[in-house]
Design a protein around this ligand. Sequence first.
Ligand code: IPD
Length: 264
Amino acid sequence: DTLKAELLAVALEAADRAGALLRDGRPADLGVAATKTSSIDVVTEMDIAAEKLITGFLAERRPEDGLLGEEGASSEGTSGVRWVIDPIDGTVNYLYGLPSWAVSIAAELDGEAVVGVVAAPMRGETYRAVLGEGAYEGDRRLSVRPAPGLDQALIGTGFGYLTARRAAQAEVLRSLLPQVRDIRRGGSAAIDLCDVACGRLDGYYERGLNPWDYAAGALIAREAGALTGGRPGEPVSPELTVAAPPVLFETLQGRLEELGAWQG
Ligand code: IPD
């Protein structure tokens, strides 16, 4: 419908502008603006500048909408639409000059994600989805790969910034690693979810994501044919995020439940 089309156009333009700022403006000696939960969680000046660019653009184009951003943007709005923004998902990759980082922007309507855009400038790819209308990268319609059994599956995951949580995540991985084809830790949850959508990963899970990490990517994965969830019967949440094609989803989710992947 026209609202979703408008939200998609706005999200694509905001992500494109922020992506260009981040790609072209990345200083060689990247400045550090602040630290959050630990010294690894470096919030760069560019992160803050990109969020400001996005929220400024949204305020111009959609002044009645609410906002939730990783760098602190938060407002209720009056339109029923809320934007969920991660200006740089994959901050550590960005800091080190590794290419897997993305601008992630989702629009929720009455609490449900209806539009998702993940722009990955160093890949030259922008993934997008509209609820009920499929997921695309450019002209290409995205579709999950026909999943193998878990023992042949390439599974993406990620780790939080807290030491205690990382220890628990390492324990889960210790059990899971010998049971799968291999593990990837790409460093951007948004891109990992898009990689499930593209068939570049068979599945993905992570404990402890924030809504801005998964809002856009989870919609893109679902619109490409993946199932997403948390613990069995639960939707995706900060507790646990799981995404995989239907034939693999329950097996992966069940194994993660056995391993207590929501703990820590
Ligand atoms: C992080 C990335 C990473 C994931 C972390 C996230 P950020 O987001 O998505 O892949 O493992 O849990 O916090 O901090 O780069 O926006």
